[in-house]
Design a protein around this ligand. Sequence first.
Ligand code: ZN
Length: 411
Amino acid sequence: MILLLLEIICVWLIVGNLILLFSYRQALRQFWLEPMVKQPIIIFESDDWGPGPAEHGQALHKIHQLLTEFRDYRGHCAHMTIGAVLSIPDAEKIQQSQYQAYAGLDLSQPQFSDVLGSLKQGQQAGVFSLQLHGREHYWPHTLLSEMQHNNDLKEWLAHNSAYTEKLPSPLQSRWNPPLSIADIAVAVKQEVDLFKRCFGVAAEVVVPPTFVWNEEVEISWRSHGIHTIITPGQRYYKRSETRFWSDKKRIVNHQTSATGQTYLVRNQYFEPEFGHQWREAIDKVTSSIKLARPCLFETHRFNFVNSEEGCQNSLYQMRSLLEQVTKTWPDCCFLSSLELVRLPQHDPDKLLIHHWRHRLQCWRNRAFTLPKFRYLATLTGLNLACWLIVQVKPVTDFSLWQHQSDKPRSN
Ligand SMILES: [Zn+2]
């Protein structure tokens, strides 16, 4: 009788785990292959900077100063990537044409020299790295045709044309609805050429506006040397006012596109203008550490340019966050997204985890983020098996089971 019971339990454990692993195989494989980092990695990612008034240049200068005040244990400054928009509408010319012909003003024009100067200064100092967001944030033809019968858009053009973040949200998506291959090819060539003309270096990393893009756009970017795409963990190929359509439902860090580009995942928000506080951001760092992932904070331009008080508050929140991060995790690292992309090939600070037992811990934590997985893994005994394997020879300097913020590590 006891033997029969044991046999039933064994069959249950084997069959149950096989079914569980098979059902979640794709995600579990992605989570295993995704590089795992053993120390906190923080990157700020700020999009939408581009042609604008001199105050935007001053805001960038303040961010630059703030970032240089904080260094990681290697002596590297805190870092912000800049998703650069390169052109805004030329309101005067468009109005003169009775909204029939599009014309733009680009970042290299003298009236934007403060913004461009601040961006270049930050880049040279190593606190900013410049990423392509788009020649325009929107698709010019779509914007123009909408404007012809929309007075709000005419108002926006007359008074706010440097603020693409104030456009209706679907209009902010440059690659929506999907365009012809020929249109994409011309537009991508224009944007990478303009990027090089403005900054003197070729674009290597791209952040698709509102995260809407498709494979044709990727192919064009690839052909112009862009090898890294920042994603929100999915690829949206189309959007409407209320809905996004995705053709890649789960993207993880360092996953490659069909054309061999590397995807990175922006996994956290830090938008003080939306009320985000540094304390919540600390929790987000903690949860990223638990999953052995870098923490890429999205923090848009509007946090720093909407108002003077807003800018002060955003800088205060960022300063408090950096103070707390460097105090709680003395071994934290500030990287650029390019350094992060190269980590599997070039890891001088030994940030990646290679030991399989360490990796098993992180993999289990990642798997627990899948719907119902924790519950099912407990039921089938997989959870216990993973735990036992790690306990056989606990890893002393690496205890992801515990709350990391309570227990800063020294190495
Ligand atoms: Zn944007």
